[in-house]
Design a protein around this ligand. Sequence first.
Ligand code: NAD
Length: 337
Amino acid sequence: MKGCTMNKVAFFDTKPYDKIYFDKLKNQYGIEIEYFESKLSPRTAVMAKDAKAVIAFVNDDIGKETISVLKDNGVEIIALRCAGYNNVDLAAAKDIMPVVRVPEYSPHAIAEHALALLLTLVRKTHKAYIRTRDSNFSLNGFVGFDLHGKTLGVIGTGKIGMAFIEICRGIGMNVIAYDPYPSQGYLEYVPLEELFARSDVISLHCPLTSETYHIVNSYSLKMMKDKVFILNTSRGALIDTEALIEGIKSGKVGGAGLDVYEEESEFFYEDLSESILKDDTLSRLIMMPNVLITSHQAFLTHEALEKIAETTLGNLRSFFDGKPLENEIAVRKKIRI
Ligand code: NAD
């Protein structure tokens, strides 16, 4: 194992729960970590000047400029502690430094959070919790519906999509799916338009690419059933938020459970409770009674955090030891941020 200086890593967008899991394992992997609360950006990249690697997360800006500053400061590898990589300019990184990620940590964590959003919205338990704390035991306005027998449309049947499908089959939902690369023989795959037309609940589990950007928009919303429920635990820009708001106002959308938001990077993960929220779209969404927003927390379980730390440190150890990088992201078609 090489010396500590060689293995120094700069960790961006640090939260207390990240430190717990990385600190537990870092010595085992021979890696010294300097934690920064700031997000990685062209302005903050210089903070990595003593490190050979950076560990970054979903809302860090890993565009061309950041990559160039990292390189000028001696950084040799970018390790994402997440699965999605739409915030990285892979074309810019291609000939400069490898980018590794955690392709799988706990698909169940995200799938179970999607279920939590759905059940909460359908049975209005978020409102019941507040009412009963105020000794208001009235049930008025709380009529929900059975999910059993309803049709779930899943877009993207990878690890998380399949975990969510298995849960929802367990509660008796009929499942249809769309994926350009169908992989599950027993599933009913349908064209996207048919999925929009037949689903009572639509859940997004595809990556954000130029093909999936704003896959839920005013045009696709028109194809959907009245009172459709939409879940997004993938990436915010899969939904055209203005179109969604119009859909909610018109009654086309019966409920929306959103763990991600297209402009989230400025807000999510921060305590802004003492300030005025400077995003009118987000403010409007939050105020809507049939919208439930969580702050990109679907991944946040002990199991997932442990696996994220283990895989990220393992990726870096392989790099420092000159071993093959099994979790390196191959440069593919241009990804829209
Ligand atoms: P995965 O790679 O296992 O599955 C993605 C699936 O999407 C694949 O089956 C792929 O064929 C499909 N796909 C690709 N292009 C598509 C298209 N145009 N239309 C429909 N489907 C398409 O990925 P995963 O581990 O299941 O993760 C899915 C997404 O979840 C990630 O891209 C990430 O953005 C998001 N995610 C969110 C959180 C969170 O905390 N909210 C955590 C992890 C991952």
